[in-house]
Design a protein around this ligand. Structure first.
Ligand code: GLU
Length: 427
């Protein structure tokens, strides 16, 4: 299969059933909490969504059109918050699922935000930087009525980065006539970004891994780790695991996986990826398929790429004792049941990858106060929030005999429902 065909097949799979997974997870929390169907329906339906057409004049002069979306799933605890995704198969249901997960993620992390997500159905690898800038600015202009530092704050996600955020910030600020850094997070440091934001999701993944291991009397040092997805989250997570004494034995990207039982040399691997654009072909490791990586006999498996990776087909092959979800929605409900039956503990996405939005919150607070914190302050506050959230979830899971995913869902849904209840229904 050509690299592009491989990429396309992965993207195709991602868009299929994220919303089914999100709905099943919400239903489980509602049932556990004993909430009625009216509240269930209220928490299920997105509060606001906008569909936009995003036209692009390409560098060669052709006109192309893309579909764009922004969904605010819930804004009861604060402004909408969540990333913007550029991927060819993005559709409204996927964005709805991702927005709903942001609501629960912000609630579990106890930061004062609702949940939102945006997407443009574009393959960013096919367009120049100038073309992506035009797409970003036009998309921002189209959704302008919905976004703002007090209403809905975007951040990077799959296919977007800090440069994308700088363009959004500039477009919004230009329209308003003055610089408004707090309209997006995950910006470059030079325009009001936060120290530590670029590695925050990965740092949080490592913090909860440590907590989960300590809960069973074990240490991170010496543990073997496989990371599926060597992107923004996975690459930094792999580096941080290695820096904390774990042995990263395998990593993958859409083109394939590489494996070295003695542990991959992260510095040399990063140089190889910078030079070739893929982990495949790394000379200090053996090639492996993505599915074989999921089935490795490791201590910790970290799906850090996209949705629907651990499924009814792949979950039975998992031999890791601990799965830590760097990605959003990597595990289907069927896979969840299989993993639980097989004694595999899963630290769920809305807890495990909350580090990104937690430091986004720090960035927004700093931008709002126009006062920037030190890296040490960011790191310490992130760790404290991740550990607090983990402990709360783990305590409930133990108390009620439920999985960490169910417990995280229950805490999140309860917090959002409480905000609804106290605010009351208008009119
Ligand atoms: N896209 C990231 C996520 O899914 C970060 C969102 C944010 O910082 O707002 O959590």
């Amino acid at each position: 299969m050509s690299p592009r065909a491989a990429l396309a097949s992965v993207w195709h799979v991602t868009a299929t059933s994220a919303i089914t997974t999100a709905h099943a997870q919400l239903a489980a929390a509602i049932e556990h909490l004993g909430y009625d169907e009216g509240l269930h329906a209220h928490l299920r339906m997105p509060r606001r969504e906008i569909h936009v057409a995003v036209p692009l004049r390409t560098d060669s002069g052709e006109l192309r059109l893309f579909r764009g979306y922004r969904v605010q799933h819930n804004v009861s605890r604060g402004p909408g918050k969540g990333g913007l995704r550029f991927a060819p198969n993005v559709d409204i249901d996927e964005v709805r699922a991702l927005a709903m997960w942001m609501t629960w993620k912000c609630a579990v992390a106890d930061i004062p935000y609702g949940g939102a997500k945006g997407g443009v159905a574009i393959d960013p690898t096919l367009y120049s930087k100038a073309e992506l800038e035009r797409v970003t600015r036009r998309y921002t202009t189209e959704i302008m009525p919905l976004i703002g530092p007090e209403t809905d704050i975007m951040a990077p996600d799959m296919g977007t980065d800090e440069q994308t955020m700088a363009w959004i910030m500039d477009t919004y600020s230009t329209a308003r006539g003055h610089t408004i850094p707090a309209v997006v997070t995950g910006k470059p440091i030079a325009v009001g970004g936060s120290l530590g934001r670029a590695v925050a999701t990965s740092a949080g993944v490592v913090h909860v891994t440590r907590s989960a291991l300590e809960a069973v009397g074990e240490k991170l040092g010496g543990k073997t780790v496989a990371v599926q997805g060597y992107g923004k989250v996975g690459a930094h997570a792999a580096d941080l695991y290695a820096a904390n004494g774990a042995r990263v034995v395998a990593v993958s990207d859409v083109f394939g996986a590489v494996h070295n039982e003695d542990g991959l040399d992260m510095g040399r691997l990063a140089a190889h990826v910078a030079a070739t654009g893929s982990v495949t072909g790394f000379d200090d490791a053996d090639p492996l398929t993505n599915d074989a990586l999921l089935a490795l006999d490791v201590d910790v498996l970290v799906p850090a790429a996209t949705e629907n990776v651990l499924t009814e087909q792949t979950a039975p092959t998992v031999r890791a004792r601990l799965v830590v979800e760097g990605a959003n929605g990597p595990t289907t409900p069927e896979a969840d049941a299989i993993l639980a039956r097989n004694g595999v503990s899963v630290v769920p996405d809305i807890l495990a990858n909350a580090g990104g939005v937690i430091v986004s919150y720090f960035e927004w607070v700093q931008a709002t106060q126009v006062y920037w914190w030190t890296e040490k302050e960011i790191d310490e506050r992130l760790e404290q929030r991740m550990v607090t959230a983990y402990d709360l979830v783990a305590d409930l899971a133990r108390r009620d005999g439920i999985t960490l995913r169910e417990a995280a869902g229950v805490i999140a849904v309860q917090r959002v429902a409480e905000a609804h209840e106290i605010r009351g229904l208008y009119p």
